[in-house]
Design a protein around this ligand. Structure first.
Ligand code: PBG
Length: 331
């Protein structure tokens, strides 16, 4: 690339950084509350707010409290909440039947939010890990995650979520063919307006650790998820997964985790020009929140910087546990 600026002293780049006004004028990207999707952990009971030990400032909420939190989030301008059920060992079975129970935690929370705060969009996660006795996203047969049988179950789970009224379905399981299967089933059931935000580029990451604790899957998980999630060494493969999911009917795609994968975000946006989201996952949140708690970094500035980085990398929005804090700051 040719230099686009004359050398010093003809050009003094610091001139444009001199005052707040000039910096605002030169700012290339912006964060707004409309960019934020708030992931929330739902648990049983009533009037319960239970801190997640590995995620400072994050709680598991009973359904009534989730509806209240949705009201507050809507008042802050947050457009969407993403639900993750915490399930104890009793909800985890070999057949994962709780996944398509119309009255499971996630579906009850969806209806409660929609009743209390109709304008709040609800997103739900499609994967069997909250309901499986193995902690895996799919069925395990003879030590192997079986694809096609899992996809049938994921379709049932997605249909139950659509019936409960979710606006956005987020398949996070990484099975082959699930986007096409879910899209076909949604069309057949009259849910043609349900959005599929595919976790298309989902990597086998250590940064999901606190989440698995938050949803009660850490103890359950046997082995790892490398036979279905992408190797962190790969970028071309992530592009192939995004291309496939868009071809199968995804409306939008996600890159997950976020901060260590900004190159994937940028490449995805440049390659596909599709609505692109990043998930700043639990481990990323906890690194910032715990360092801030210890006084090692300025938590607020680190939050803003990390979220702005996603916009700079081409993302249209971010799933982040910081959503309420960021929204408050943007007020
Ligand atoms: C499970 C799922 C995971 C997350 C979202 N959905 C964990 C996993 O794949 O093990 C992680 C989110 C986070 O870490 O914040 N299908």
């Amino acid at each position: 690339m040719q230099p686009i600026q004359a050398p010093f002293p003809a050009s003094r780049p610091r001139r444009m950084r001199r005052t707040p006004g000039l910096r605002a004028m030169a700012q290339e990207n912006t964060l707004s509350v409309g960019d934020l999707i708030w992931p929330v952990f739902v648990r049983g009971g009533e009037n319960v707010t239970e801190p997640v030990a590995s995620m400072p400032g994050v709680n598991r909420l009973s359904v009534d409290r989730v509806a209240e939190a949705a009201r507050e989030a809507a008042d802050l301008g947050i457009p969407a909440i993403c639900l993750f059920p915490y399930s104890g060992p009793e909800a985890r079975t070999a057949d994962c039947a709780e996944a398509w129970n119309p009255d499971n935690l996630s579906n009850r929370a969806t209806r409660a939010i929609k009743a209390a705060v109709p304008e709040m969009m609800v997103m739900a996660d499609v994967a069997l890990d909250p309901y499986s006795d193995t902690g895996h996203d799919g069925f395990v047969r003879g030590g192997v995650i079986v694809n096609d049988e899992t996809v049938e179950a994921l379709v049932r789970q997605a249909l139950a979520q659509a019936e409960a009224g979710v606006d956005i379905i987020g398949p996070s399981d990484m099975m082959d063919g699930r986007i096409g299967a879910i899209r076909t089933a949604l069309e057949a059931a009259g849910h043609q307006d349900t959005i599929l935000l595919s976790y298309a580029a989902k990597f086998a990451s250590a940064f999901y650790g606190p989440f698995r604790d938050a949803v009660g899957a850490s103890g359950a998980l046997k082995g790892d998820k490398r036979s279905y999630q992408i190797d962190p060494a790969n970028s071309d493969e992530a592009m192939r997964m995004i291309a496939r999911d868009l071809a199968e009917g995804a409306d939008a795609v996600m890159v997950k985790p976020g901060m260590p994968y900004l190159d994937i975000c940028r490449r995805a946006k440049d390659t596909f020009a599709a609505p692109t989201y990043a998930y700043q996952v639990s481990g990323e949140y906890s690194m910032i929140a715990s360092a801030a708690q210890n006084g090692w970094i300025d938590g607020e500035r680190a939050m803003v910087e990390s979220l702005m980085a996603f916009k700079r990398a081409g993302c249209d929005g971010i799933l982040t546990y910081f959503a309420p804090a960021m929204a408050r700051l943007l007020r």
